[in-house]
Write a protein that binds this ligand. Sequence first.
Ligand SMILES: Nc1ncnc2c1ncn2[C@@H]1O[C@H](COP(=O)(O)OP(=O)(O)OP(=O)(O)O)[C@@H](O)[C@H]1O
Ligand SMILES: O=C(O)C1=C[C@@H](O)[C@@H](O)[C@H](O)C1
Ligand SMILES: [Mg+2]
Length: 185
Amino acid sequence: MPAMKLAGNFFLVGLMGSGKTTVGRALARRHGKTFFDSDHEIEARTGVRIATIFDIEGEARFRERERQMIAELAQRKNIVLATGGGAVLNPENRRQLAAHGTVIYLRASIDDILTRTQHCTNRPLLQTADPRGKLEQLFAERDPLYREIADLVIDTTQQNVNLLISQLEERLGQPPKPPTEPDQA
Ligand SMILES: Nc1ncnc2c1ncn2[C@@H]1O[C@H](COP(=O)(O)OP(=O)(O)OP(=O)(O)O)[C@@H](O)[C@H]1O
Ligand SMILES: O=C(O)C1=C[C@@H](O)[C@@H](O)[C@H](O)C1
Ligand SMILES: [Mg+2]
């Protein structure tokens, strides 16, 4: 058991395959929080896979379903939420997440993501002839948005889930840092 229980909500953001669901579940279990995954909640509500929603309704309608789901889930208490990889694209989602919990950005290299997602067919954005190129594009667009709302950025490269959780606990267990000048580096 952890030395101290982390208080409040935790929202995990990052590209698909960065480990949000895997790390989120483990974090919730250790800290007595309820785990939610916005993609899974959308699938449960609609009764179909995310890939099917993309096929039938298109990405824009999926994004609207995602916006509604995040607005709802952000109102809950004592949860860990794994968000969809593209949730941060919507400014309202960014506001909801930043306002209602601690946001953790799980950062993974494109190589790691390709390895981790190679057998999965339920990530419609990667069902393309050039998944690496697509991931590079998504990273370039989204890295600044993940960072914009992240209270903590965790590099997941060559770190197993247990190590990631210990690192997270160590960094989140510290008293909040005093406000600092914007990073000049
Ligand atoms: N730190 C890690 N080291 C090695 N493998 C990992 C790590 N984190 C996750 N994985 C593996 O990578 C795959 C993708 O992880 P996961 O589904 O948790 O990612 P995700 O961020 O939730 O993706 P998505 O946004 O598509 O839902 C899983 O098979 C998981 O077991
Ligand atoms: O990165 C994305 O835009 C997505 C990631 C997944 O979590 C799903 O929300 C969906 O496949 C879209
Ligand atoms: Mg997931």
